[in-house]
Design a protein around this ligand. Structure first.
Ligand SMILES: [Zn+2]
Length: 98
């Protein structure tokens, strides 16, 4: 079974977690100033890299808290987990495979 390191609880089984999609997406400061194309890009377009990806995860059946993780989408290996608002020690772009 895959273990995921919740920053608050430590290693727990993957069945306790839910993925919330791509991490570090900032809401536009002036949403009303965006045209439809820019707004739809913000709402619906996400990265889908082959390699390391920054994702939001929730420890839904544990502490219930959200955190961020760097996960390799090829091997499904978690490289790092870190609390919301923190920066990862690794860079997703530097780890992404070509
Ligand atoms: Zn937890």
């Amino acid at each position: 079974m895959l273990l995921i390191a919740c920053p608050h609880c430590g290693n727990r089984p993957e069945t306790e977690f839910r993925c919330g999609g791509q991490a570090h997406i900032a809401r536009p400061e002036q949403p009303g100033a965006l045209n439809d194309e820019a707004w739809s890009q913000y709402l619906f377009v996400r990265k889908n890299p082959r390699g390391v990806h920054a994702e939001r995860w929730c420890h839904a059946h544990g502490c219930g808290r959200w955190f961020n993780a760097l996960r390799d989408t090829v091997s499904d290996r978690f490289l790092e987990t870190y609390p919301m608002g923190a920066k990862p020690a690794l860079s997703p772009e530097s780890e992404t495979r070509a």
